[in-house]
Design a protein around this ligand. Structure first.
Ligand SMILES: Cc1ncc(COP(=O)(O)O)c(C=O)c1O
Length: 498
C-alpha cells in the first residue's frame, strides 16, 4: 500500500489506535514478509559502513586453537584504533569524546592499569576503590551544592544513574506512600533513559510538553500530577536542545506534593557550576534548590574520566538505601550491592578519581571557559546563516533547524564533509554538543564554513537521494513508528554480526 494512502487511513485514528492498527497490520503474514524484505534491503545498504574491517582482518567466530602472539594482537588493535582516532581528535564529532588530549588519556590509562584487577564488590580486598568511590561522590556532591547528608554512588554511566534513581523512587513510594502503580512526570525532552527505566521497572512515564524555549512546561507538570506520581524530572541541560528546565519551579511542585524530583545533570553537572562562576546565566539547578532530591551527573562526560562511570546523588542516606539490593537468604552468602551490576571494574573508578583530582577546580573552570567560548562562536556562526534557526537559548549543546530546507539533508551533507552530528526529531533538527576537541584553533571556523557549504548544496539540490533524511522522514510519520522500532532492532542484530 502506498505510504501516503496508509497515512491517510491511520492518521485520523489518534496515536494509540494508530499504533494498534499498525501493529495488527504488521502481523499479517504477507505484510510481514514484505517488511522483512525491506528491512533486509535497507540494512544490507548500511552494513558495509558498520563493518568496514570485515575483509581486512580475520574474524574470530570461534577461539583460535592456539593463542595468538601478543605483539600481533596489539598490532592489529593499534591499526583499528588509529583509523578511528582522527575523526574525534580533529573535532569532527558532536559529544562522544569530551577531553581527548593525549597526555590526559595516557595519565588515565596509567591510573586504570594500576587497578585493573580490582573489583569493588570485594571491598575487603580493594579498600582503595571504596575510598576512590566515596571521594568521587563527595567531590561531586560538594560541586553541586550538596551539604551534610547528600550522598550517592558511582554507577556505570548516565543511563544507569537514571535507572537507579527511578527504581529508588519506585521502592520509596511503595513503602512510604503505598503507591502500587507509580507514575513519573517528565518533559518530552528528558533523556530516553527515563523511558527505559519506566519499561524496566513498571513505571508509567507521563511525558509533558515543553514551552517555546524547549523548557519543561510547569503548568503542564502541575496538571499531570496524580495520586500515583512518585517523582518529577527536569534536565540541566536536556540532551536534545541543551536548555535547562525550570528546576526551581518543578522542585517547588514536588516539595508541595512531598514527592521527589530528579535533576538529570548527566550532561551539565560538570559544566554548569563552572559556567556560573564564569558569569554565564545559569538558573539554579542543584542541591541549592530546596526540594531537589536526586541528581545524576556523568564523570565520563565533562568530568573527563574514561567511559564507564557516572554518579547518582541523593539528598539523604535514607533515600539512597532504597537503591541498594540485599539478598539475605542466598546460599552463596550474605549479598549486598549498591548498583545494578555485581562485579564492577574498580579500575574505572580509580581512573575517574584520578581525572577529577588532576583537573581540580581550576582545570574544570578553564575547560568550561574554552568550551563556552567556542560554543558562542559556533552559535553566532549558525545565526548568521539565513536558512538556519537556533532552537531555544543554549550554552554549549546547540540545536538548529532549517527554514524552507530539509535539515536532515543538511545533516547528510555535513556527514559527507566528515562531520558526525546528532539528528533530532519532534521537531526536526540537528545539534552539535561542543567538547574540548572543538576548542582547538580553526575547528569552529571549519564547522561554520562546512555548514554554509552544506546549506548551499541543499539549496541547489534539495532532493538528493540517500543518507539519513529518508529514515528521519519515515520516523516522523505516525503510521511508521512500529516499523522504525522493528528496523532498529534488526539494526542491532547487524551490529552483533561478526
Ligand atoms: C542529559 C542526558 N542524560 C542522560 C544521558 C545518558 O548517559 P549515558 O549515555 O552515559 O548512559 C545523556 C547522554 O548523552 C544525556 O545527555
Amino acid at each position: 500500500m502506498a505510504r501516503s494512502r496508509l497515512r491517510q487511513i491511520i492518521n485520523p485514528l489518534g496515536a494509540r489506535a494508530a499504533a494498534a492498527f499498525e501493529a495488527a497490520l504488521r502481523r499479517i503474514p504477507a505484510v510481514q514478509r514484505r517488511l522483512e524484505a525491506q528491512y533486509a534491503a535497507l540494512l544490507a545498504d548500511i552494513e558495509p559502513s558498520l563493518k568496514p574491517y570485515r575483509h581486512e582482518f580475520p574474524a574470530y567466530t570461534r577461539l583460535p586453537p592456539v593463542g595468538r602472539n601478543r605483539d600481533d594482537i596489539l598490532a592489529m588493535m593499534r591499526q583499528l584504533a588509529e583509523r578511528e582516532t582522527p575523526r574525534w581528535r580533529d573535532g569532527y564529532v558532536s559529544g562522544a569524546v569530551y577531553h581527548g588530549d593525549p597526555d590526559h588519556l595516557a595519565f588515565l590509562n596509567q591510573a586504570y592499569a594500576l587497578h585493573s584487577v580490582s573489583n569493588p564488590l570485594h571491598v575487603d580486598l580493594w579498600p582503595s576503590i571504596a575510598r576512590y568511590e566515596a571521594e568521587i561522590v563527595a567531590m561531586t556532591a560538594t560541586m553541586l551544592g550538596g551539604g551534610p547528608g547528600v550522598c550517592g554512588t558511582v554507577t556505570s554511566g548516565g543511563t544507569e544513574s537514571i535507572l537507579l534513581a527511578m527504581k529508588t523512587y519506585r521502592d520509596w513510594a511503595r513503602e512510604r506512600l503505598g503507591i502500587r502503580h507509580p507514575e513519573v512526570v517528565a518533559p518530552v525532552t528528558a533523556h530516553a533513559a527515563f523511558d527505559k527505566a519506566a519499561h524496566y521497572f513498571g513505571i508509567r512515564l507521563v511525558r509533558i510538553p515543553v514551552d517555546d524555549g524547549f523548557r519543561a512546561d510547569v503548568a503542564a507538570a502541575r496538571r499531570a500530577l496524580t495520586r500515583n506520581t512518585i517523582a518529577l524530572v527536569g534536565s540541566a541541560p536536556s540532551f536534545p536542545h541543551g536548555v535547562i528546565d525550570p528546576i526551581a519551579d518543578l522542585a517547588a511542585l514536588a516539595h508541595d506534593r512531598r514527592i521527589g524530583i530528579h535533576v538529570d545533570a548527566c550532561l551539565g553537572g560538570f559544566v554548569l557550576p563552572w559556567a556560573q562562576r564564569l558569569g554565564y546565566p545559569v538558573p539554579p539547578f542543584d542541591f541549592n534548590v530546596p526540594g531537589v532530591t536526586s541528581i545524576s551527573v556523568d564523570t565520563h562526560k565533562y568530568g573527563y574520566a574514561p567511559k564507564g562511570t557516572s554518579v547518582i546523588l541523593y539528598r539523604t542516606e535514607a533515600l539512597r538505601r532504597f537503591q541498594y539490593y540485599v539478598a539475605a537468604d542466598w546460599p552463596g552468602g550474605l549479598y549486598v550491592s549498591p548498583t545494578m551490576a555485581g562485579s564492577r571494574p574498580g579500575a574505572l573508578s580509580a581512573a575517574a578519581w584520578a581525572a577529577m583530582v588532576s583537573m581540580g577546580e581550576q582545570g574544570y573552570l578553564e575547560a568550561t571557559r574554552r568550551i563556552l567560548e567556542t560554543a558562542h562562536r559556533i552559535r553566532t556562526g549558525i545565526e548568521a546563516i539565513p536558512e538556519l534557526r537556533i532552537l531555544g537559548d543554549p550554552l554549549w549543546v546547540i540545536a538548529f533547524t532549517a527554514t524552507r530546507l530539509d535539515i536532515y539533508r543538511i545533516l547528510d551533507r555535513m556527514a559527507q564533509r566528515g562531520w558526525n552530528l546528532n539528528g533530532l526529531h519532534h521537531p526536526p533538527a540537528v545539534h552539535i554538543c561542543v567538547t574540548l576537541p572543538h576548542t582547538a584553533p580553526g575547528v569552529a571556523d571549519r564547522f561554520i564554513a562546512d555548514l554554509r557549504d552544506s546549506v548551499a548544496a541543499v539549496r541547489r539540490e534539495p532532493r538528493a537521494r540517500g543518507g539519513m533524511a529518508p529514515v528521519y522522514g519515515m520516523a516522523a510519520s505516525l503510521p511508521f513508528r512500529g516499523v522504525i522500532g522493528d528496523l532498529l532492532r534488526r539494526y542491532l542484530d547487524v551490529v552483533y554480526k561478526p
